[in-house]
Design a protein around this ligand. Structure first.
Ligand code: NAD
Length: 503
């Protein structure tokens, strides 16, 4: 395996403002670590509010100039398709950067992250061409129609776990609609945003339309969210930060979409195909090393097959390839940062203390000084345990038995979250019934994690507001204007009107 070396422009990275890389006005930097070794591989500037002002100012000026917002949707679509092509041409470099930045297994970055980003630009490009309004037949002497318009500057704030995909889902749709963007990526994983800036520029996105300011959310978040020249906030991150962002945005009367935490239940009925259900359950909790907001960390298993299922998990989980994310065979890598390793360790210890039985794993792993936690299955976990009620965000599966369909639904719905849920069953009627009763934004039946840019996802309850992907997302990046044009009555109507009033 040859070691991937970051290009110079990412090793000492800079903000990207108005088409130019710049160190900005601050003097401090943030170290970017390789989670597999905890070694520093790059630095990015710790941005200041002055840097944000420059970026928002550039984005606002670009929006006002019409250089992007007022060209036709078809022209924007052509550029976005070119962006997708560039993502595919640079796929290996993007996958390597994402893998190094997040500690993501390289095979996952290659197969999922880069392709999803390219697909998302292509899908958004198709919507850019269809920003239609509607003619309304109203009982007025008027021609009345609606049109969709971009909002202005979109502030995109993104988390560490899928930096590229979750940024892309905002950037692609915002740009398709004709908005401009200021992006504040997660402090831990900022590199793919800076690569994106280069590729967008190369594809023909004009200067000022996409800007990146790196830095700490605690320093920059409020200033960006409440900035008077920002028209919309698109946030993905934890429920706690999302609630804060929504409050600040609310004060500033700024629309906000909030894609927040998740803690999905995967329900295994005894009539499911057992081999497939075991495989699905494992991939649902180890995908992206468990740092997947729509992962399936809570397994609910019908009691008739509970012991059999635990035995199958105990046999299979230790064989899932775990270790160096640069090895193409690796499925589970390190956690993305030390904070996450500490959080997962604490949650498992709390579960053990509250009576959970460790089926496999249950501890960190010493591998090259990286942030590794062994894939872990915990059985007989109390429903009140933090590992069940809170988002752990690591390769940890809690397993609980249930006796009836109703009990499974109640357990699945018993947390504050509601992002995703899964049902493994051979009974299609049950699948419909249970899908209808689950409180979640997306439900998978006999599957887990299937997503497409055309299918909306988003949360209910503490998992957030709004939807990303699909035409539903475009609604949130545009506004409707009604145009009502008075029509003169036809001459004969006018004449008959005069005759009527004379008689
Ligand atoms: P986080 O909330 O700590 O940070 C997210 C972003 O918010 C970062 O860019 C951070 O710098 C910024 N931020 C921090 N303080 C801020 C403030 N006061 N104002 C504005 N921005 C601020 O989340 P994280 O730890 O990076 O990401 C993990 C979380 O994200 C998990 O809870 C996960 O479930 C969630 N997530 C949700 C989805 C979804 O689609 N619903 C997708 C991925 C991740």
């Amino acid at each position: 395996m040859t070691e991937y070396r970051l290009p110079d422009h990412l090793r000492e990275a800079q903000h990207y403002i108005n088409g130019t890389s710049t160190t900005g006005t601050g003097s401090s930097t943030i170290p970017v670590l390789d989670p597999a070794t905890a070694q520093q591989v790059a630095t990015v500037p710790a941005g200041t509010t002055a840097d944000l002002d420059a970026a928002v100012g550039a984005a606002h000026a670009a929006f006002r100039s019409g250089v992007w917002s007022r060209i036709s949707g078809r022209e924007r679509s052509r550029v976005l398709i070119r962006v997708a092509q560039l993502f595919r041409e640079h796929a290996e470099e993007i996958a390597q950067v994402e893998s190094l930045d997040v500690g993501k297994p390289i095979s996952l970055a290659r197969a999922v992250d880069v392709n999803t980003a390219a697909d998302t630009y292509e899908y958004a490009a198709s919507l850019a061409q269809n920003l239609d309004g509607a003619v309304r037949r109203v009982p007025l002497p008027a021609h009345a129609y609606t049109q969709r318009e971009p909002l202005g500057v979109v502030a995109a704030i993104t988390p560490f776990n899928f930096p590229l995909i979750l940024s892309t889902s905002k950037i692609a749709m915002a740009l398709a609609a004709g908005n401009t963007v200021v992006h504040k990526p997660a402090e831990d994983t900022p590199l793919s945003a800076l690569l994106t800036a280069r590729l967008l520029s190369e594809a023909g996105v004009p200067d000022g339309v996409y800007n990146v300011v790196t830095g700490y959310g605690s320093d920059l978040g409020d200033h960006l969210t409440a900035h008077p020249q920002v028209a919309k906030v698109a946030f993905t991150g934890s429920t706690q930060t999302g609630a804060h962002v929504a409050a600040v945005a609310g004060q500033a009367l700024r629309p906000v979409t909030a894609e927040l935490g998740g803690n999905a239940a995967n329900i295994i009925f005894a009539d499911a195909d057992m081999a497939q259900a075991v495989e699905t359950s494992i991939s649902a909790f180890v995908f992206n090393t468990g740092q997947f907001c729509m992962g399936g960390p809570r397994l609910l298993v019908e009691r008739a097959v509970y012991d059999q299922f635990l035995e199958a998990l105990a046999g299979a989980v230790p064989h899932v390839p775990f270790g160096d994310p640069k090895d193409p065979g690796t499925v589970i890598g390190p956690l993305a940062n030390r904070r996450q390793l500490e959080k997962v360790t604490a949650a498992v210890e709390q579960a053990k203390a509250s009576g959970a039985r460790v089926v496999t794993g249950g501890e960190p792993a010493e591998i090259n000084g990286g942030f590794f936690y062994r894939p872990t299955v915990l059985a007989d976990v109390a429903n009140s345990a933090e590992a069940v009620q809170q988002e752990v965000f690591g390769p940890v599966l809690t397993v609980q038995p249930f006796d009836t369909e109703q009990e499974a639904i109640e357990l699945a719905n018993s947390t504050d979250y509601g992002l995703a849920s899964g049902i493994q069953t051979g009974n299609i009627s049950r699948a419909h019934r249970v899908a209808d009763a689950l409180e979640a934004g997306i439900i998978w039946v006999n599957a887990w994690g299937m997503l497409d840019p055309a299918m909306p996802f988003g949360g209910v309850k503490a998992s957030g507001w709004g939807r990303e992907n699909g035409p539903e997302q475009m609604e949130a990046y545009t506004r409707t204007k009604s145009v009502i044009i008075a029509l003169e009555p036809a001459p004969e109507q006018e004449a008959s009107g005069r005759a009527d009033s004379a008689s």
